[in-house]
Write a new protein. Structure first.
Length: 250
């Protein structure tokens, strides 16, 4: 059964109910997910997909919330895909549609959706890629994908995002030496969040001192305080600059 043409038209027009319905179908029906991907395929590739990953406790959700506010000021249309741990009872996303981002939910230029990881490896959900395609076809120019709290081997976001941001909390200390593989290698931008806490300056220095990854450039290291907005404008600048450079290379 093919995807309804009227449904596809409504997705392309950015109608929120049609988009939400498509995402629900993608999450719950692998066959329908494949049909949707094929239907929207001619309309994808325009969005700048930004992956935001890092260990639990780094403040990724608060950072994304602050970043959405800054990007709105700059005139962007933004979709947020937040991958959350799964409920052991329902299998759904534990944090729902992210209470921290509720202030942006009513904005017509923002669409926020949580996906349950459902045991999928890599810090993402099985549905993440097709959901990105739906949001891309719907015309959002920036798609922010926040992974579930990730370990060093959870780097699936690398294959989906044009710009990969890795967020760390302050006070890593000797743990920095263990970051030479995995998440650190995929980073295009490194962020020390909660930079008002002790240890932030040392963590930033240690990350700056890390060797350049093989075949690439050393990523910038930025400090942010998501609760106050400190450093968020510089992060938005860095995302824009990297997106332009990556598009040029592609």
């Amino acid at each position: 059964m093919a995807v309804d043409i009227e449904w596809l038209r409504r997705i392309r027009a950015g109608e929120r109910r049609a988009i939400a319905r498509a995402i629900t179908a993608v999450e719950n029906d692998p066959a329908r997910a494949q049909m949707l991907r094929e239907a929207v395929a001619p309309h994808v590739g325009r969005a700048h997909v930004v992956g935001i990953t890092g260990p639990a406790g780094a403040g990724k959700s608060t950072l994304v919330n602050a970043l959405v506010g800054e990007l709105l000021v700059r005139g962007h249309t933004i979709a947020v895909v937040a991958v959350d741990p799964s409920s052991p009872f329902t299998g759904g996303a534990v944090l729902g549609d992210r209470i921290r981002m509720a202030e942006h939910q009513a904005n017509e230029r923002v669409f926020i959706r949580s996906l349950a990881a459902r045991g999928h490896a890599g810090g993402l959900s099985r549905a993440t890629a097709p959901v990105i395609d739906v949001l891309d076809a719907a015309g959002f120019d920036l798609i922010l994908v926040e992974t579930v709290g990730a370990g060093q081997s959870d780097v699936a976001i690398a294959s989906l995002a044009r710009t990969r941001i890795v967020v760390y909390p302050p006070g890593l200390g000797d743990e920095v030496q263990a970051l030479k593989a995995g998440m650190l290698e995929i980073a295009d931008i490194l962020v020390v969040n909660k930079a008002d806490l002790p240890g932030a300056d040392r963590t930033a220095r240690d990350l700056l001192a890390m060797p350049v990854r093989r075949g690439g450039n050393k990523p910038p290291v930025l400090k942010t305080v998501s609760t106050t907005g400190e450093g968020i404008a510089k992060l938005a600048d860095a995302i824009g600059m990297h997106g332009v450079a990556a598009e040029r290379i592609a």
